[in-house]
Each structure stands twice: as C-alpha cells, then as structure tokens.
Design a binder for this molecule. Structure first.
Ligand code: AHM
Ligand code: MG
Length: 339
C-alpha cells in the first residue's frame, strides 16, 4: 500500500492478512476510526466552548474526571455498541466491563475491546495533546454467550490489534494488527485519515528519556541509578529529558525520534500509575511491532497474566537498547521487582 492511501482503503486491502476473515475486525477498526473523528472534533473546540472543567465526578480510581473524558467514553462506547461489532467493552472510565448482547440477544461477535477513551486528560485545559488508546482481543469463552471477565483478562501477547489516536498539532491514528505499525494523519478539511507514516519503527537507540522526575525521591534505586546514567557526560550522553505527561504523545515522539518512557513503581504507588489493560498492553504491543521493547523493569509486559481489570503496572517502554540498559540497572535490585 503506498503512501497517501486513506485509512479506509488500507483497512480493506489488509483484511486478508487476518487469520479469520469475516471482516469483523475491519469493521471494528472502522468504527474506532469514526469515533476518533467525532472525539477529535470535540477535543479541538475544547478551548471555544464551555465544555472544560471537572464533570464533578471522580472515576473508579478516585481521580478527577474531566468533561471530555466522559464525552469521549460515551462516544466510543456508543459507536462500538450501536454497530454491534463487539461482544464486550471494558473502559478505563467504567467500573466493570459491559456486555453487548445485541437486540436479539444473539451476539455472535468474537471480539472484545478495551479502551482508555481520553488519556492524559489533565492536559486538555492547557491545550496540550491528549490521546485515545485501544486494545482488541478475541474472546476466549464460547461465541453467542455473554462475555466473562476472563475474556478481558488475557495476556497482552494475545492482542489481535491495538492502537492510539493522538489529538496533537495534527490528529493521527496509529495502529497494529500484528503486521507492523502504521500511522495515519487526519486531513481535518475533509475528515479523512491518510497513510502518512507507513511501517513505523523505533530507532534501536535513542537519546530521549521521559519520566516524571519530580517524583525522584519516591523512585526505586534502580530507576535513580538509571537516571543518573542518562545524565552523565559519556558517549552519546547526557540524554534529553522530554515529558509531556500524556502517554500517547510521549510514546509517539519517542517512537519517531528514539527514546524511553518510564513510569516506575514508587514508594507512593508500588504498582506505578498506568493500567496494564488500557494503557501498557496496547502500547507494549505497538512498541514490539515497531521494533521496540516494553517491560515492567524486569519482565515483558505482554507476558503478564492480568488478575484485575484496573490493575496497574510499572512501565518501561521504547527504543530497544535503552530499555535493555534500564533493565540492567533494575536487575541490581531484584527485591524491587513487582512480584
Ligand atoms: P490518566 O489515564 O488519568 O490520564 O493518567 C495517565 C497519564 C499518562 O498519559 C501520563 O503519562 C501519566 O498519566 C502522567 O502522570 P504524572 O502526572 O503522574 O506524571
Ligand atoms: Mg489513562
């Protein structure tokens, strides 16, 4: 597929790559594409209308929820439910997963979606990029029966597709179905995504580290040692520090330029902050498909067997050699491993 083809064309021409060719997955990605455009429209006018501010609600993890989170959640839930192309959805903004049984109660769809509808939403009111993250699995329980928790609690390596939308200076949709990573840029004038970044790859080495260093005192010693290493004058170091505080944007930049993103465990958050199912697994799948690496500092993210929907996990992700270096520092403190 050559550059400048549209996402719609790309989805159709790649349908044959999928093992199960009912077109279900293509329809699913299509509806994510549509929802992305609606959310994009709303995010873009966030500064114009009185839509900003807290919705007065907190999400299931007790964090402030901004209005646009609620809106984005609704849009993605609606688009995926209305077309009845999935049998279940779990969202970072919802307590529990949602079963979609269809009007006739005969939902024969095979896929479940896990979604973080608007990640980094604390950035909205300062006009900084936010994103949507999605992850798709084939259900493991029998088709035609209501989905169960185990359909969602699958290891990340079982994902059939994952991706994100970054609502940035331009809006991009980046995704993988296990055959590399492709990026599409939205032409807002006509509302079409074009293939702008075919076969995206993390540079093997990078010179950017992205971490909230304000929490330094709370970090495990391995992370402190690695940060010291990043800042030393030696070879291609010191590295640059870049931290937007919006995972999708930090990841996107690092994939293009080469870098590592770290959200470690800390004395105040022993499991880190990011959610395994909605944030780390999809990003880890994308990272590996782009030649990068993702671990919790000790073990591969995609190998972790989830136990809870909203489980958190420390996250080290990015250019392969940078993650390997960071793991080397962590390995000196095996007592800090998550298990
Ligand atoms: P959210 O899902 O509540 O938006 O939190 C996830 C975000 C990530 O996008 C970002 O990398 C991280 O939280 C920033 O956290 P912190 O402000 O602690 O550095
Ligand atoms: Mg999030």
């Amino acid at each position: 597929m050559h550059k400048h083809s549209t996402l719609g064309e790309f989805i159709i021409s790649n349908q044959k790559q999928f093992k199960y060719t009912s077109g279900e997955l293509s329809r699913l990605i299509n509806s994510i594409r549509l929802a992305a455009k609606v959310v994009n429209h709303e995010v873009n006018k966030a500064g114009l209308v009185d839509i900003l501010g807290d919705a007065g609600d907190t999400n299931v993890q007790g964090e402030d929820q901004q209005k646009l989170d609620v809106y984005a959640n609704e849009i993605f839930m609606k688009k995926l439910t209305n077309r009845q192309i999935v049998c279940g959805i779990a969202s970072e903004e919802e307590d529990d997963f949602v079963t979609i049984s269809g009007n006739d109660k005969k939902n024969n769809n095979k896929y479940v979606v896990l979604i973080d509808p608007l990640d980094g939403s604390s950035n909205i009111d300062v006009n900084v990029s936010v994103g949507t993250i999605f992850s798709i699995y084939r259900r493991v329980t029998p088709v035609g029966t209501p989905v169960q928790k185990e359909d969602f609690l699958q290891e990340g390596k079982k994902q059939v597709a994952a991706g994100y939308i970054v609502y940035g200076t331009s809006t991009m949709l980046v995704y993988t179905t296990g055959h590399g990573v492709n990026g599409f840029t939205l032409n807002p004038a006509i509302g079409t995504f074009y293939l702008s970044h075919p076969d995206m790859k993390f540079p093997e080495d990078g010179q950017i580290y992205s971490i909230n260093e304000g929490y330094y005192v709370h970090f495990p010693q391995g992370v402190k040692d690695y940060l010291k290493y990043c800042q030393e004058e030696e070879g291609d170091r010191p590295y640059k520090a870049r931290y937007i505080g919006s995972l999708v944007s930090d990841f996107h930049r690092n994939m293009i330029k080469g870098g590592i993103y770290i959200y470690p465990s800390s004395s105040v958050g022993p499991q880190g902050k990011l959610r395994l199912l909605y944030e780390c697994n999809p990003m880890a799948f994308l990272a590996e498909q782009a030649g990068g690496k993702a671990t919790d500092g000790y073990v591969r993210i995609l190998d972790i067997k989830p136990t809870e929907l909203h489980q958190r996990v420390p996250f080290f992700c990015g250019s392969k050699n940078m993650v390997i270096d960071a793991e080397g520092f962590m390995a000196k403190y095996p007592e800090d491993a998550n298990y």
